[in-house]
Ligand binder design. Structure first.
Ligand code: 5MM
Length: 336
């Protein structure tokens, strides 16, 4: 077992998943403004410190993805944030892309940037305690999208990123996200997601990535938000598994889904069903941002100095997701 494989397994095994707390300042400002809290470095830290010191970190969270600002911050008691995360047994991680920008010659599509100077930045993040990283390629779905150009260029960047990350001794999370916006059917989402993931692995293999030392972070297979094709949660699970079975090489240890704008309950229910019928050898878990934090953020915004209610809410959500990662969640447990 390689060292990278060991880190990956530590993050995603035994019902543990990932807390995606890597919102850039722009996104975090939107989240905080939506609950009437001013977005300052202090308030961003306050909310995150409350989450990272919660009891459920020990049982349910195997890794936390941080943003550049947060990984350099210290707690109110002077402890560096990566140390706070490690002290609960979780692995500190860091988002290293610098965001999705307009893709030249392909109107309405994005290319993720951040390769320039990446080797140097990775060394610094490793020194700060990070042992895994994240890079997100983002793709829209329409009749023309994602284009071959977007599929190829994002796959190429993800592979170059993954190679540098493994060279630096860290596990890359490879995140190709096909967005939910649109009126496409679930079958269109299935076909396009499969095409994107296959291309990512073609490039990862070309760049000699150790596939046992990565974590894939894909979207689930859903119908577009504005689509009339409403499918059941069982169909979401079946189609998601069909997609991953057909496009992910067997050496990959695990898959940690993004929630992508699903409600907390939907994201939990779908993950649970995926694990109930998992006919692959991949670990299937969560790497949720909104589906782990939404309710906790609302509660916190009512009293930003109160810790207990926010932690109780986060602990519950993390526990539900962890049960879903073992296929042991049920709706009744939500109200216990
Ligand atoms: C936490 O949000 C991340 C996006 O941050 P920026 O857009 O500010 O860079 C995002 O990549 C996230 O990690 C994944 O999309 C999963 O989050 P959701 O909310 O979709 O589960």
């Amino acid at each position: 077992m390689s060292d990278l494989n060991k880190i990956a397994l530590k993050i995603i095994s035994n019902g543990k998943g990932i807390l995606a707390a890597d919102e850039s300042n722009g996104t975090m400002t939107k989240r905080l403004t939506s609950v009437n809290v001013t977005s300052t470095p202090e308030n961003r830290l306050l909310f995150r410190e409350i989450l990272f010191s919660s009891e459920s970190m020990k049982e349910c969270i195997g890794g936390v993805i941080l943003y550049d600002e947060t990984i350099k911050q210290t707690t109110s008691l002077g402890k560096p944030i990566p140390e706070l995360i490690s002290s609960s047994g979780a692995v500190p991680g860091i988002k290293v892309d610098t965001g999705a920008k307009d893709l030249a010659n392909s109107s309405g599509e994005k290319i993720t940037e951040g390769l320039d100077g990446l080797r140097v930045r990775l060394k610094k993040y490793y020194e700060l305690g990070a042992r895994f990283t994240k890079w997100r390629g983002v793709y829209s779905i329409s009749d023309e999208h994602p284009s071959k150009l977007a599929i190829y260029s994002n796959a190429h960047s993800l592979a170059r990123y993954a190679a540098l990350v493994q060279e630096s001794g860290m596990v890359p999370i490879v995140e190709p996200e096909l967005l939910m916006e649109g009126n496409h059917s679930s079958d269109v989402c299935l076909n396009k997601t499969s095409e994107v993931i296959k291309k990512c692995f073609d490039e990862l293999i070309l760049h000699k990535i150790d596939l046992s030392g990565i974590i894939l972070k894909p979207n689930m297979i859903l119908a577009g938000e504005q689509s009339k094709d409403k499918i059941s949660n069982e169909e979401v699970a079946h189609k998601t598994l069909k997609c991953l079975k057909g496009s992910v090489p067997g050496e990959v240890p695990g898959i940690a889904f993004l929630s992508g704008g699903q409600s907390e309950i939907e994201a939990t229910k779908n993950l649970n069903l995926i694990n109930n019928i998992n006919n692959t050898k991949f670990i299937m878990t969560y790497s949720y941002g909104r589906a782990l934090q939404q309710s906790a953020l609302k509660i916190w915004s009512k009293n930003i100095d109160g810790i207990e209610a926010t932690q109780n809410t986060f602990n519950h959500r993390a526990k539900m997701c962890s049960l879903a990662a073992k296929g042991k969640w049920s709706y009744e447990l939500e109200s216990k």
